[in-house]
Design a protein around this ligand. Structure first.
Ligand SMILES: *Cc1c(COP(=O)(O)O)cnc(C)c1O
Length: 714
């Protein structure tokens, strides 16, 4: 009897991805079998399958079944709760937003993301769920996600497949009433491809992952959703047709009447063409169909780096779009003009989305400005500051990103509201926490991280066949023994795109060595991140850092951790003391890892770019002590080499003049009082502002128009 209820409760918790961001639900799986939980890649569906025979003994453990039952009841109450932020704010319950993204980072059990874009999309869904926004999401159900990273003995990155096994993932097939699978079709240049879908429950939000791996498709059509960002331009175009056109058709097919279509980056821009088709089919002229699409389309652009904007040549675009154009009953050149803009020579998904979106935004205030400049050519009659691209600054989801040590302290001292939409006042109460308690909690998170880093490095050294004895000695593989759980710890983890300047810290190795190597006041650096498999330059940067980690002058105090993913990111942003970000301004559109760090009381040391530029401008005046440090200034003058040298100089000066003394100046109880006061400033001031709860509320208010009576929007 009890065992049956336990199984039902666990199944219910596993089937909804809220467990991935809500600690009390997640810990139910961790505690069931801590070793097994790691072995199955923190996939609750697999864990339950593997533990099935052993659940009887779990049920017998004192208190366990009751805890699981409480968590299951809590989930049911969460799903049924009608008193949401959205309702209280007067949002229209009958409107629906569809959110399209090529990536979603939801859980380690689903490899459907590569980096920041996917994490942001995942946090968007998590907050939309918490706030009760009527939102559904569409993405691609890749059979292979972005790669898993491992390094060889020379520090060169290798890519291992990251396979998604849908039979063992927390999702279910989308079925029609008669039990058959719902499918839709999209025409590519070489024929029709049939698409099925998987439903993922993300709290209250439904995500539909599209999948072309069906037996009645041509073999190469089955491959379209084969790999995240795999293949060439032709494959990219096929994937984007499936995402945009297939996504809009799927929502139609399952009877979801969408009012607002939000394109998260240009990958989904073909949804706009499908909407155009629907309005043309309804009898509208081309011009009025365009106006109707503009009334329902929101577009977010995510990068000022040109390579981040998908472009296709005439031949490829006209080939794959010919069938869709025929369905629209217009000349291809009309679409080509929309997607190339004045004087453009390639089909640009960004240009298309900007042409058809009534609301367009960048992801931080500075990025809004940069985007208006970047795309001003599309509005030749307007001054740059009237280019219709605004900004909604990114955020991160508090429940996912605050680490377990601090989350327990927040639950006890701030109350549950810190996780919620109305947490602004709760965050202020961090100032009432005794500094020695806040410090001890952070130290526990650092020690946990350093322990994990040592384990990872030791495992890596064993795998490379250099176990034991060598440590960080010349030519050796750092095995983590150079790390000190109590040293000032700097974290740097991100994609290895060159503009992020991962090696800035090593601009002058002697100065770096002097800072790291001081045995009285040691400093250590944890680095992680992936380079795109075709980015040789990025891979060389990783290799340079690995070589540096073996430089005896650094005493094993700089290490590279392989396999950056959600889990490693969660440990790093909670356990380091300082989060370093040093891109070449203004190329970092927003950056979100620094926000995750700030919520954990980690102090940012960053170039004034992306979110940090506005955090410092808007909130530094309200700080009691300060919540971090700005490297350099807002100047963008001078050639890159000169700017990099100047930024490195600023970085070294801040480290020696400010960070090291502040961290190592302790009171009689060993607490760095000024540092802890800065931690409190970071948590109290930055968390509410750079939360996706605030971000999603801004989208609802400024972009989705969900507070306007429905009659105002066609
Ligand atoms: C947050 C996050 C990112 C994005 O961080 P940026 O600061 O925007 O570079 C990338 N990858 C993972 C795994 C993350 O958690």
């Amino acid at each position: 009897m009890h065992a049956a209820r336990l199984v039902a409760d666990l199944d219910r918790l596993a089937a909804n991805l809220r467990h991935a961001w809500y600690g009390p639900a997640r810990s139910v799986f961790e505690d069931l079998d801590p070793v097994g939980w790691e072995r199955v890649g923190r996939n609750p569906v697999r864990l339950l399958r593997e533990c099935a025979s052993d659940l009887g003994s779990a049920a017998a453990r004192p208190g366990y079944a009751a805890r699981v039952h409480d968590a299951a009841q809590d989930l049911a109450a969460y799903l049924d709760d009608e008193d949401t932020w959205y309702r209280r704010a007067g949002g229209d319950p009958n409107r629906v937003v569809a959110y399209y993204s090529a990536e979603f980072a939801l859980s380690d059990a689903l490899h459907t993301y590569s980096g920041g874009l996917g994490v942001l999309a995942g946090d968007h869904l998590r907050s939309a769920s918490d706030l009760g926004i009527p939102l559904v999401a569409v993405g691609l159900g890749y059979r292979d996600g972005y790669f898993r990273q491992h390094l060889d003995a020379s520090g060169w990155q290798h890519a291992d497949p990251a396979r998604n096994d849908f039979a063992e993932a927390p999702l279910r097939p989308v079925l029609a009433d008669d039990g058959s699978r719902v499918t839709v079709e999209v025409s590519l240049g070489d024929g029709r491809v049939r698409i099925q879908a998987w439903h993922v429950a993300v709290g209250r939000v439904s995500l539909y992952l599209l999948d072309t791996d069906l037996e009645d498709n041509l073999p190469h059509h089955r491959e379209v959703t084969g790999q995240l960002y795999g293949g060439d331009d032709d494959m990219r175009l096929r994937q984007e047709l499936v995402l945009g056109v297939g996504g809009a058709r799927l929502l139609d097919a399952i009877g979801i009447d969408v009012d607002v279509h939000h394109l998260n980056e240009g990958h989904a821009a073909f949804a706009a063409i499908e909407r155009l088709r629907r309005h043309l089919e309804g009898g509208q002229s081309f011009a009025s169909a365009v106006e109707l699409v503009r009334g329902e389309l929101v577009f977010t652009t995510h990068t000022p780096v040109p390579a981040g904007h998908d472009e296709f040549g005439w031949e490829l675009a006209s080939y794959h779009l010919a069938p869709l154009t025929a369905e629209l009953g217009v000349e291809f050149t009309r679409l080509w003009q929309l997607a190339t803009g004045p004087g453009g020579e390639k089909w640009s998904q960004t240009v298309l989305a900007l042409a058809l979106a009534g609301k367009a935004n960048g992801v931080a205030r500075l990025h809004g400005q940069v985007s208006r400049r970047m795309w001003a050519g599309l509005w030749p009659d307007r001054p740059v500051d009237e280019v219709p691209i605004g900004h909604v600054t990114n955020g991160v989801h508090p429940g996912l990103w605050v680490g377990p040590d601090l989350a327990a302290l927040f639950d006890a001292r701030l109350g549950p509201a810190w996780r919620a939409s109305d947490g602004d006042k709760a965050w202020q109460r961090v100032r009432d926490i005794d500094p020695s308690v806040l410090w001890a909690t952070h130290v526990a998170a650092r020690r946990r991280l350093v322990g994990q880093a040592r384990d990872r490095l030791a495992a890596q050294a064993r795998r490379l066949g250099v176990g034991g004895g060598q440590g960080w000695a010349p030519g050796g593989i750092p095995d983590g023994r150079g790390l000190d759980p109590d040293a000032l710890t700097i974290g740097f983890a991100r994609r290895f795109a060159t503009y992020k300047r991962a090696t800035l810290l090593a601009h002058d190795v002697d100065r770096l060595a002097a800072i790291l190597g001081d045995d009285a006041r040691p400093v250590q650096v944890l680095v992680a991140g992936k380079a795109h498999p075709r980015d040789e330059g990025g891979k060389r940067l990783i290799q340079q850092l690995v070589e540096l980690s073996r430089d005896p002058r650094l005493k094993g105090r700089l290490v590279f951790l392989e396999g950056y993913d959600l889990e490693l990111a969660r440990s790093m942003v909670a356990g380091v003391d300082v989060w370093l970000n040093n891109p070449l301004r203004p190329l970092e559109a927003s950056g979100t890892s620094g926000m995750k760090a700030a919520m954990n009381g980690v102090l940012n040391l960053s170039i004034l770019d992306g979110w940090w530029d506005e955090a410092v401008a808007d909130l530094a005046p309200q700080a009691e002590v300060g919540f971090g440090w700005a490297i350099g200034d807002r100047s963008e003058a001078g050639d890159e080499a000169t700017r990099t040298a100047a930024d490195a100089e600023s970085l070294y000066r801040l480290l020696t003049g400010e960070l090291v003394p502040t961290f190592y100046t302790r009171d009689e109880h060993g607490v760095p009082r000024r540092w802890v006061a800065m931690m409190a400033d970071a948590i109290a001031l930055l968390s509410p502002q750079f939360s996706t709860h605030r971000m999603v509320a801004d989208y609802v208010d400024q972009a989705y128009g969900l507070f306007t009576p429905s009659s105002e929007v066609a």
